[in-house]
Design a protein around this ligand. Structure first.
Ligand SMILES: [Zn+2]
Length: 488
């Protein structure tokens, strides 16, 4: 039956009780300039961690603020890292344990950057709550905490864990190591991991995110000698490095966007019928996306093809050439050393080391040119893709919760860029991970006038509470079934 006794999830957001009113909580959190990027604001990040720890303690959670020491800035200055908060509420082995990840640091923001309101004063205009961190990620973190509070009051059956960090916008320094250290301890009894640190694909229709692409970045260096040369003196008699490099870069991708590196598509997961169906109902405004990009024409003409190529097929982009003359005007120089930069957005089940080997195709192209120049290809950065199973109980529960609160099924979406934290949790803990956004596509994370709508904030809180109910039902059902199987 329904553990809430048929009451469903209803919440009164107008009566401040317990730990505080959800809007005044958010106002208080947004007022802290917890910018993890600028060193002089680090003390504010640390103050924010204390606020968050206190908020969890007020819920009744056991809170452990793990000290991560310090890190060194490029100028040699030593800066303390904010602690990572590990919180725990409830420990009944009968219940599922849901671990929530969120961050309370923010991107830099200044009124002069073009904000209509003070970025650190939560301001409501036409149903939108403007302020730095409103959607990324203070709003969703508070929505989750407030949902836990309401849900606990109903005495329902879920154990909660929390991982709250303060360095997400600066590369989550120290988090990966902590997760590895805690994998056998803090995470040992975690069943599900929820991250709510992204937004829907549309302004109105809810979404669940189940994958992100990885990225492998490459440098291609071609060098002829120690110094730049004059084209009047050497033009026509030498193998020019930039000519070699342009031929190399030109061998990477054809005009239809197809990557020409042999074997690169070999391990790309085949598109199943079930997966293709997920794309049909997705709410995505192709014309709007085109308008935002400023380009006249995309490589593909339908919504489905565009999303498939953004999310589940690899892409190759050329980013630049270091050492080439790029200023206005004319200079008759032959650069002696040029470095081409490109990256491959990779997808399941491509393997970074295999991709790295396949890119050596450039050596073949180069050798056919019979150039005496020196070629060096390297991969300084590689991030893996992430993919979850949409049939996992976690996704079923979230889908049911969305249907209940928003009255419609969510879009199942992926992210074309890299989401390191989801991949990190999945790889280290081997638990199922969901990205469960409550913000809308137009929230403007990282940009001026960041907001979350009051509607999304409040309904987002409800949807989290509804999710707890659904996951507890599904989890109990799974256990009853598996116990029956053991008895049989
Ligand atoms: Zn974020």
């Amino acid at each position: 039956g329904d553990p809430s006794g048929g009451r469903g999830i209803s919440m009164d957001f107008h009566k401040p009780d317990g730990c505080g009113h959800p809007l005044s909580d958010l106002k208080e959190w947004v007022a802290v300039q917890s910018d993890s990027v600028q060193p002089d604001l680090r003390k504010e990040v640390i103050r924010m961690m204390v606020l968050a720890a206190d908020r969890l303690a007020a819920l009744g959670a056991t809170v452990n603020s793990v000290n991560l020491g310090s890190h060194q800035l490029p100028n040699g200055q030593d800066l303390p890292l904010p602690p990572v908060i590990l919180g725990e509420l409830g420990k009944d082995p009968q219940n599922p344990t849901v671990c929530f990840y969120g961050h309370v640091d923010v991107q830099p923001a200044k009124k002069e950057d073009g904000w209509k309101t003070d970025p650190y004063t939560l301001t409501e205009i036409n149903g939108n709550l403007y302020g730095r961190g409103a959607t990324d990620n203070k709003g969703p973190v508070l929505a989750w905490i407030n949902a836990v509070e309401t849900f606990r009051a109903l005495k329902l059956v879920v154990n909660f864990k929390f991982v709250i960090e303060g360095m997400e916008e600066a590369g989550s320094l120290g988090l990966e190591k902590l997760l590895e250290e805690e994998n056998q301890c803090f995470f040992s009894d975690v069943d599900y991991i929820v991250i709510s640190d992204n937004v829907w694909l549309s302004n109105k229709k809810p979404a669940l995110t189940y994958g992100s692409r990885g990225n492998a970045c490459f440098l291609v260096e071609v060098e002829c000698g120690g110094k730049d040369l004059h084209s009047g003196t050497f033009g026509g008699i030498i193998h020019e490095p930039l000519t070699d490099l342009i031929a190399l870069l030109d061998s990477l991708v054809d005009p239809t966007g197809h990557i020409q590196i042999p074997g690169i598509y070999d391990s790309v997961a085949a598109l199943t019928e079930e997966e293709r169906k997920l794309y049909e109902s997705i709410e995505f405004d192709l014309e709007e996306h085109k308008k935002n990009s400023g380009v006249k024409k995309f490589l593909y003409g339908t919504k489905e093809e565009i999303l498939l190529h953004l999310w589940r097929y690899p892409s190759l982009s050329i980013h630049g050439i270091e050492g080439a003359f790029h200023e206005p005007g004319i200079k008759t120089v032959i650069p002696s050393k040029v470095i081409g930069k490109f990256s491959i957005r990779q997808v399941p089940h491509m393997d970074l080391s295999v991709v790295k080997r396949q890119v050596r195709h450039l050596e073949g192209v180069f050798s056919r040119r019979n150039s005496p120049n020196k070629l060096k290809v390297s991969m300084p950065l590689g991030a893996k893709p992430w993919l979850a199973d949409v049939n996992d109980p976690l996704y079923k529960a979230a889908r049911r919760a969305i249907k209940k609160v928003f009255g419609e099924d969510p879009d199942f979406i992926r992210d074309g860029s890299t989401v390191p934290v989801a991949r990190m949790f999945q790889t280290i803990t081997q638990k199922s991970v969901i990205m469960f956004p409550i913000g809308a596509a137009d929230d403007g994370e990282h940009s001026q006038n960041e907001k979350i709508s009051r509607h999304n904030y409040i309904e987002g809180t409800k949807v989290f509470a509804a999710f707890f109910l659904e996951i507890s039902k599904l989890h109990r059902h799974l256990h009853e079934t598996s116990n029956m199987e053991i008895k049989n």
